[in-house]
Write a protein that binds this ligand. Structure first.
Ligand code: HEC
Length: 130
């Protein structure tokens, strides 16, 4: 009887421990994945605008501003990655967004170029770190 209780107790502690660990992991990745998902949303919306032929400069500017703010969150979202190459990729993305914000395109072909320039900065980091 005592052994059975010990086994049950052991199992229960194991299950609770696993649940706590999984929960901690999920919370830890919520911020970085959230930052990435929202950036993806805004870049995707810009891309969709070029496909729909609706490339309003005001809309694009708002998207680019959101991307700009989110890009500032990349470093805090990945406190575990402390390396200059990762930082360079982040800075390169921010610079590219700034260039695009300095002259927000008001036609679709220019917006297409912006989407591709920014997208290539995303992919560069993903190639090494994702
Ligand atoms: C400096 C590096 C870096 C830059 C720049 C970067 N990312 Fe990421 N991204 C990552 C890393 C690292 C992951 C993997 C995160 C993980 O799985 O926890 C990731 C994951 C993602 C994901 C998958 C998220 C998930 O739920 O698994 C998406 C979508 C994404 N990035 C979009 C973007 C977009 C869009 C841009 C550009 C606007 C961008 N990223 C720029 C590093 C970067």
């Amino acid at each position: 009887m005592r052994i059975a209780i010990a086994i049950l107790l052991g199992l229960a502690i194991g299950v609770i421990g696993t649940a706590m660990t999984l929960n901690a992991l999920r919370q830890a990745s919520a911020f970085p994945r959230g930052v990435m998902a929202v950036m993806q949303h805004h870049l995707g919306s810009l891309r969709q605008a070029t496909r729909d032929g609706r490339c309003d400069a005001g809309d694009s500017q708002r998207r680019l501003q959101s991307l700009r703010m989110l890009a500032e969150d990349i470093a805090p979202a990945f406190p575990g990655i402390d390396d200059p190459v990762f930082r360079d990729y982040t800075v390169s993305l921010i610079r590219q967004i700034d260039v695009s914000l300095a002259a927000v395109p008001d036609d679709c072909s220019a917006l297409e170029a912006v989407v591709s320039d920014i997208g290539s900065r995303c992919s560069a980091c993903h190639r090494d770190y994702r």
